[in-house]
Write a protein that binds this ligand. Structure first.
Ligand code: ADP
Ligand code: MG
Length: 381
C-alpha cells in the first residue's frame, strides 16, 4: 500500500491524503436475482483495488491506473458527463459525478490506483474501482454517507455514467462484506445479514476458477435477460419477479407467453429459493449439502437463463466428476469464473482434473485460487 502512496507522490508531486482499499467479490448463490429485487449471497475476495487520493479545490478530477498503460486522465467539470467515452476513467469519474448529482460537495481529487482484482473475470473489478473511489471521497470530504449508501452511489455511477445496467449486488458486496462471512442481501429493501462462512473449520474449501475467456455474446445478454425478466413480471401482473413464490412457480409458468420468458422466470424464482436454502444449510451447519444446491443453480443458469458457455460447463462437469461437492458459474456468465465447493482433501485432484480437461479441449489453463471471505472496503492509511 505504501508503494501506491509512493507512486502517487512520483506522479502528482505531492503526498496523498490517504489510501483506501475495496475488494472484488464472488457470489455464492443468487444470480441475476438482484435486479428482480431478489436475494444474493456474495463474499468479498482478498483481491482489492487500492487507491491513493488527495483533495483538489478547482473542480478537476485526475485519475491514473498503474495497471493501464497510459497517462493521467484529466477531467474538467464540463467533461464529467454520463457516457462520455472516458474509457476506464469513467468508473472513478462516474462516482464523483454521482456524488455531485446527489448534492454532495466534492471539489475534485487526484487519484492513483492499482488493483489485484482480475478484470472482466466476473469478479467485479469495476465495483471495486467504484467503491474504493466512493469511500475515499466520502472520507476526504466528510460526506454523511454509510457504506450501503456508498454502494448505491457506485451503482448509479455504473448504471447512469458508465452505462452498464447492473444490479446492486456487486457494489454492496465490495462495500459491506465482512471477513469470514457471506453477505445475505435482500435487494428489495437492502436488508443485510452477515452469515459465518468458515469453510476450513469444516475441512472444506471454495475455489474460484477463472476460465480466462470472455465471449462477445455476453455484451448485450445481460440487458436482454433483464428485459425478459421485466416482461415476465408484467405478464404476471407483479412489480418484480421477487413477488413470485416458488410454490406458485408452475402456475406462473403456464401464464407466460414465450419459452424465453418462461426460462428467465423459472431461473429467478428458483434461484431466490436456492439462496433461502443455502442460508438454512449454513445456519444448521450442514455446509456440505450446499454443494448440490450450487450445481443445481448452474444447471438453471445454463438451461433456463442460458448465460453459461462451454468453458464454464466444462469446469462444473469436471469438478463435480472429480469429487467436488458442487460447482456453478458465478457473475454474469458467457465466460469469466466459476466457483467450486470441495473437501480440502480433493483440491489437488480437482485442480489437476481441471487443468487436464482444459488442455484436452485445447484451452489455455484456467486460473485457480481460493476464495477466502475477506473484509469489505476500508481505509489503509
Ligand atoms: P468485471 O467487473 O467483471 O471485472 P467489467 O467489464 O464490469 O468486468 O469491468 C472491467 C473494467 O473495469 C475494465 O475494462 C476497466 O475499464 C475497469 N477496470 C478494472 N480494474 C481496473 C484497473 N486496475 N485499472 C483501470 N481500469 C480498471
Ligand atoms: Mg463489473
Amino acid at each position: 500500500m505504501s508503494e501506491v502512496a509512493d507512486a502517487f507522490r512520483e506522479l502528482y508531486g505531492r503526498a496523498p491524503d490517504g489510501v483506501w482499499a475495496a475488494p472484488g467479490r464472488v457470489n455464492l448463490i443468487g444470480e441475476y436475482t438482484d435486479f428482480n429485487e431478489g436475494f444474493v449471497m456474495p463474499l468479498a475476495l482478498p483481491h482489492t483495488a487500492v487507491a491513493a487520493v488527495a483533495r483538489r479545490t478547482d473542480g478537476v478530477l485526475r485519475v491514473h491506473s498503474a495497471d493501464i498503460a497510459g497517462p493521467v486522465v484529466e477531467l474538467r467539470p464540463g467533461d464529467l458527463e454520463p457516457l462520455s467515452g472516458a474509457g476506464w476513467a469513467a468508473y472513478p469519474a462516474g462516482v464523483l459525478w454521482a456524488l455531485r448529482e446527489a448534492g454532495h460537495a466534492v471539489p475534485g481529487a487526484d487519484i492513483h490506483l492499482t488493483s489485484t482484482v482480475p478484470t472482466g473475470a466476473g469478479l467485479s473489478s469495476s465495483a471495486a474501482l467504484e467503491v474504493v473511489t466512493a469511500l475515499a471521497l466520502r472520507d476526504l470530504y466528510e460526506l454523511p454517507l454509510s457504506l450501503p449508501e456508498l454502494a448505491g452511489v457506485a451503482q448509479r455511477a455504473e448504471n447512469a455514467f458508465v452505462g452498464v445496467p447492473c444490479g446492486i449486488m456487486d457494489q454492496t458486496a465490495s462495500a459491506c462484506c465482512t471477513e469470514g462471512h457471506v453477505l445475505h442481501l435482500d435487494a428489495r429493501d437492502l436488508t443485510r445479514r452477515q452469515i459465518p462462512f468458515d469453510l476450513p473449520a469444516q475441512g472444506l474449501r471454495l475455489l474460484v476458477v477463472d476460465t480466462r475467456v470472455q465471449h462477445a455474446l455476453g455484451d448485450g445478454a445481460y440487458a436482454e435477460r433483464r428485459a425478459a425478466c421485466e416482461q415476465g413480471a408484467r405478464e404476471l401482473g407483479v412489480r418484480t419477479l421477487r413477488e413470485v413464490g416458488a410454490a406458485h412457480l408452475s402456475d406462473a409458468l403456464d401464464a407466460l407467453s414465450s419459452a424465453r420468458v418462461r426460462g428467465c422466470v423459472r431461473h429467478v424464482v428458483s434461484d431466490n429459493a436456492r439462496v433461502a436454502r443455502v442460508a438454512e444449510l449454513l445456519a444448521s451447519g450442514d455446509v456440505r449439502a450446499v454443494g448440490p444446491v450450487l450445481t443445481e443453480g448452474h444447471v438453471s443458469l445454463r438451461d433456463d437463463l442460458r448465460v453459461s458457455c462451454p468453458e464454464l460447463d466444462l469446469v462444473v462437469e469436471t469438478a463435480v466428476g472429480a469429487g467436488a461437492l458442487g460447482a456453478r458459474m458465478t457473475g454474469g456468465g458467457f465466460g469469466g469464473s466459476a466457483i467450486v465447493l470441495l473437501e480440502e482433501g480433493v483440491v489437488g485432484v480437482v485442480s489437476k482434473g481441471l487443468a487436464a480437461a482444459f488442455e484436452a479441449a485445447s484451452l489455455a489453463p484456467p486460473r485457480l485460487f481460493e476464495a477466502t471471505p475477506s473484509r469489505g472496503a476500508h481505509r489503509l492509511l
